[in-house]
Ligand binder design. Structure first.
Ligand code: AMP
Length: 454
């Protein structure tokens, strides 16, 4: 399969060629023909799968080839809206879309909080076709009437699960209420499909075609998962020990709290490892600077919280270290999505203290695969970690199997196969049929569909 056979315009093919995209990724193969045919899409794809191009290419092609329906007076109204959970993702999506559309004239802007309103107001006054926005700031613009969403023809909800996790559901609903319901195409991308997402899709989408590139809650096969049990008080030293092994290696370190990530970054920096922290309390400028320093190799370690890390796109990141385990198992998937991209190998290392054993159990259950559990000599925990409610003298491994108490340097925590995540197939109810938008995009493209596994 090539991008050409997917039906993309020559101007897009040229830009893709320059960016070294030779072959569509699986999500692109499935999504592009359906989106070009005007269908609503409910796509199960996590970050790193090429989802931005999966919605971005058909979106740009539509804008470039379909004239604006009403020629209103005043500034041109935006025709496409991409909603993202974080500023970083908004910036990254915007950069990608600009790259794909570089041979087409599609004015666009980003809208997100943490920066002044000035540039955003200027761009909206000049008029744009495409807006890539975070919900909070977009609501601010709606309230001051500086943006008019009544001309939106294509809506993309990117990383919808994360937007809901971040409490954006009320904002999203307010935004959706401002969009025309008729003749709108909606594409929703999400790594997971919890009930609220399906409800949102039912409410606002029209006979969505469902596609899925990886079963729910799976991570790339090329990633190894390693767990080092350690006392909480020795985690910093263990982290330093691991990082010092190869001081040139680029490592993304996850910490649970903003304060914790600041303290950890300071500690590493003082210990001679060039480090920056990235989290929601940092200004947009500081976050962008940290990210570009990391991408350029000027710093080796980036300490991030879950929310700030959303949207970080770094090619070939070899390792991710969880200084703290996430309390929500699905966040592990998002964290680990930063490594092992596009078939490269990656390592996910987690430093796990006694009080985090419950989180590890949930993660291993969700992953459904082996986790390499091993002590680091010199950092063995004083209190042996009990993974479950096992009797004294036994340690229950995270997957639920019982095994003698750890005393060797290495164990494998393996989940029994029978506990593999179930994949039910109850898709959203359909209402209506076929694509709603005309303009040369009608038709019933139905290839490549698969129900998202839940
Ligand atoms: P995304 O999941 O959209 O964040 O994309 C992940 C990474 O894969 C980004 O660095 C993209 O530039 C890259 N990418 C997306 N599609 C392709 C493709 N077809 N060929 C090569 N790289 C790609």
């Amino acid at each position: 399969m090539t991008f050409e056979t997917l039906g993309l315009a020559p101007a897009l093919l040229r830009a893709l060629d320059e960016q070294g995209y030779t072959q569509p990724t699986p999500i692109q193969e499935q999504a592009i023909p359906l989106a070009l045919a005007g269908h609503d899409l409910l796509a199960g794809a996590q970050t790193g799968t090429g989802k931005t191009a999966a919605f971005g290419l058909p979106l740009i092609q539509y804008l470039a080839t379909t004239p604006q329906e009403v020629s209103a007076r005043g500034p041109r109204k935006p025709r496409a809206l991409v909603l993202t959970p974080t500023r970083e993702l908004a910036v990254q999506v915007h950069e990608s879309l600009r790259g794909y559309g570089k041979y087409l004239r599609i004015p666009s802007t980003t809208i997100y909080g943490g920066v002044g309103m000035g540039n955003q107001l200027d761009a909206l006054r000049r008029g744009v076709d495409m807006v890539i926005a975070c919900p909070g700031r977009l609501i601010d613009h709606l309230e001051r009437r500086s943006v008019d969403l009544s001309g939106i023809e294509v809506l993309v909800l990117d990383e919808a699960d994360r937007m809901l996790d971040m409490g954006f559901l009320p904002s999203i609903k307010r935004i959706l209420a401002k969009l025309p319901r008729q003749n709108r195409q909606t594409m929703l991308f999400s790594a997971t499909f919890a009930d609220p997402i399906r409800e949102l899709a039912l409410e606002f989408m029209h006979d969505p075609k469902q596609i899925q590139v990886t079963p729910k809650n799976t991570v790339a096969e090329t990633i190894t998962h390693r767990v080092h049990p350690v006392d909480g008080s020795r985690k910093r030293d263990l982290l330093l020990h691991l990082l010092a092994k190869d001081s040139r290696m680029q490592t993304l370190v996850f910490a649970r709290t903003k304060h914790g990530s600041d303290k950890l970054a300071m500690f590493l920096d003082k210990s001679g490892i060039k480090t920056a922290a990235i989290h929601g309390n940092k200004s947009q400028g500081a976050r962008q600077r940290a990210l570009s320093d990391f991408k350029a190799g000027r710093i080796n370690v980036l300490v991030a919280t879950d929310i700030a890390a959303r949207g970080i796109d770094i090619d070939q990141l070899p390792q991710v270290i969880n200084f703290d385990l996430p309390m929500v198992a699905e966040d592990y998937v998002h964290r680990i999505g930063r490594t092992g991209r596009n078939g490269s190998t990656g390592e996910a290392i987690s430093l796990v203290a006694q009080d985090e054993a419950k989180y590890l159990r949930a993660i291993v259950r969700m992953l459904g695969r082996d986790v390499d559990l091993r002590d680091v000599p010199g950092f063995e925990p004083q209190t042996p970690i009990r993974w479950g409610n096992s009797a004294p003298g036994k340690a229950e491994l995270p997957g639920g199997e019982r095994t003698p108490r750890r005393n060797g340097p290495q164990k494998h925590a393996r989940r029994p196969h029978s506990e593999a995540p179930r994949h039910a197939h109850a898709g959203p109810k359909k209402h209506g049929s076929g694509p709603r938008r005309d303009g040369g995009r009608s038709g019933g493209a139905r290839q490549g569909q698969a129900r998202p596994a839940r």
